[in-house]
Design a protein around this ligand. Structure first.
Ligand SMILES: [Fe+2]
Length: 148
């Protein structure tokens, strides 16, 4: 059986239909799967530091893309609770990665399984639920804009 820390498989359930979001999600999935491969073998604190650092900076860039789209299409005005929850999930993810990084700096190793289970679980769950709702909203806005 597939474990949560196994590489993420890109499926249609992860496609939001918003090209720029999907492109960045694919990059994130590839980056996490690539890290998964690199972390096979004995734990290496330098490698873990590098991976979490790169991942955090890309995640922040990606969250900004989504949050800019929310602003552009007035997500908060029309779906305040969803917009708030969405941004909260982004902040919590960043805070959790920072906590792992702080731990690494103090010499506290995290196992490949624990790190990947967290990253995979968070990303897949966030994309399939929260990002999909945003995707539906943006696609609707774009459709009505072109139909005019
Ligand atoms: Fe998101």
């Amino acid at each position: 059986m597939k474990a949560l820390y196994d590489p993420i498989e890109w499926t249609n359930q992860l496609v939001t239909g918003v090209a720029e979001i999907d492109k960045q999600h694919r990059f994130l999935v590839d980056a996490i799967n690539d890290a998964n491969g690199k972390l096979q073998g004995s734990p290496d604190i330098k490698l873990l530091e590098q991976i979490t650092k790169d991942l955090l900076s890309y995640a922040i860039y990606h969250f900004e893309t989504e949050e800019d789209l929310m602003l552009e299409y007035g997500y908060k005005e029309e779906s305040a609770a969803d917009a708030e929850l969405h941004q909260k999930q982004h902040r919590e993810f960043s805070a959790q990665v920072i906590a792992v990084r702080d731990g690494l700096r103090d010499g506290k190793l995290i196992s490949r399984e624990d790190l990947l289970a967290f990253l995979n679980g968070w990303l897949v769950n966030h994309i399939m639920n929260t990002d999909q709702r945003l995707g539906i909203f943006i696609r609707q806005k774009r459709n009505t804009a072109t139909a005019r």
